[in-house]
Ligand binder design. Structure first.
Ligand SMILES: Nc1ncnc2c1ncn2[C@@H]1O[C@H](COP(=O)(O)OP(=O)(O)OP(=O)(O)O)[C@@H](O)[C@H]1O
Ligand SMILES: [Mg+2]
Length: 268
C-alpha cells in the first residue's frame, strides 16, 4: 500500500468546527472505501470520542506515558475507520515534549501502514502540539468561519506555520457559511492577505454551510453524515471529501524557507 497521507485539521480559533469536520470527513472517506485513522490531537480536551459517543479504554497519553499497546487504544467505529482517542481535563496532557513527539511519530508511523489517510484533529491555539501535528502532515486544512476573529486566527496560524516550517501546504475550508458565494468572498480576503503579507497563495478546498443538522447530530453524538445524509452539510462534506481525494499535493504551493524569513516556491 502507498504511504498514508496525513491531513491536519486546524484553525487557530476554537469552536469553528474542526472536530465535526474531522469526524465526518473520516466517515466520508471510510464510506468511499478508504482506510482511515482518525487521531484526536486535542490532547488535553479530547472531543472526538464525545462526538461519537465512544467508550475510551486507553488514550494517546497512556501510549506515551505508560507504554500502553497502541492497538488496545484504537476504537473501530466503521469497518474502515479507527479512532485513536485523547484524554480530557488534564492540562499537562496537552503538551508534547520532544521525547513524546518522537514516540508519537514512531507510533503513528507503525499504525498508519494499514491506512490510506491519517486525519489529525488539533486543539485550538498555537501551542507546540498544534504546530507539531501540522509539521508532520502533508496538508494543513485550515478551518475558518465568517466570524472576523476566526479569519484573523486562521491567518495568524498560517503565518506562524509558514515561518516555522519549510514545505508546509495549506488548504482552506470555510465552515458555517450561508452559501458558496460567501465562502469564496471570505477565502479571497484570506488569500489576498496571505499573498500580500506572506508572499504565498492559499488553496480553496470548499465550504460547509451553517446547518442545524450539524448541531442536532452533535447533541445525538452521531456523525451528521449518518444522522442527516440529505442535509446541506452532509452533501457539502461529501464534495469536500471528493476534492481532497483528487488533490494533487505536488501541485500545491509550498512554503520555502529563505534567509530573510520565507519565500514561496510555486510548483505549478
Ligand atoms: N456547519 C455547521 N453548522 C452548524 N453548526 C456547526 C457547524 N459546524 C460546527 N457547528 C457547531 O459548532 C460546535 C463546535 O464544533 P467543533 O467542536 O467541531 O469545533 P472545534 O473547532 O473542534 O472546537 P475546539 O477548538 O474547541 O476543539 C459544534 O458543537 C456544532 O454545534
Ligand atoms: Mg475540537
Amino acid at each position: 500500500m502507498a504511504e498514508p497521507k496525513y491531513w491536519c485539521i486546524t484553525s487557530g480559533k476554537g469552536g469553528v468546527g474542526k472536530t465535526c469536520l474531522s469526524v465526518n470527513l473520516a466517515f466520508a472517506l471510510a464510506r468511499q472505501g478508504r482506510r482511515v485513522l482518525l487521531v484526536d490531537g486535542d490532547l488535553g480536551l479530547a472531543n472526538v470520542d464525545v462526538l461519537l459517543g465512544l467508550e475510551v479504554r486507553a488514550t494517546v497519553r497512556d501510549v506515551l506515558d505508560r507504554g500502553a499497546d497502541p492497538d488496545t487504544a484504537l476504537i473501530p467505529v466503521h469497518p474502515l475507520l479507527s479512532v485513536l482517542p485523547a484524554s480530557s481535563g488534564v492540562p499537562e496532557m496537552a503538551n508534547l515534549s520532544p521525547d513524546d513527539q518522537d514516540l508519537l511519530q514512531e507510533t503513528l508511523q507503525a499504525m498508519a501502514t494499514s491506512f490510506h489517510y491519517v486525519i489529525l484533529d488539533t486543539a485550538a491555539g498555537l501551542g507546540p502540539a498544534v504546530l507539531w501535528f501540522n509539521a508532520i502532515s502533508d496538508l494543513s486544512l485550515v478551518v475558518a468561519t465568517p466570524d472576523p476573529t476566526a479569519l484573523t486566527d486562521a491567518y495568524a496560524l498560517i503565518k506562524v506555520l509558514a515561518q516555522s516550517r519549510q514545505g508546509c501546504r495549506f488548504g482552506v475550508v470555510l465552515n458555517c457559511v450561508q452559501d458558496e458565494a460567501e465562502a469564496r468572498q471570505i477565502f479571497d480576503t484570506l488569500d489576498r492577505a496571505a499573498e500580500r503579507f506572506l508572499g504565498m497563495r492559499l488553496h480553496y478546498l470548499g465550504a460547509v454551510p451553517l446547518d442545524p443538522a450539524v448541531k442536532k447530530a452533535v447533541r445525538d453524538q452521531a456523525p451528521f453524515l449518518n444522522a442527516a445524509p440529505q442535509s446541506r452539510a452532509a452533501q457539502a462534506l461529501l464534495g469536500l471529501a471528493d476534492r481532497l481525494k483528487a488533490l494533487d499535493l505536488d501541485r500545491l504551493e509550498r512554503v520555502k524557507a529563505g534567509d530573510q524569513g520565507m519565500k514561496v516556491q510555486s510548483l505549478r
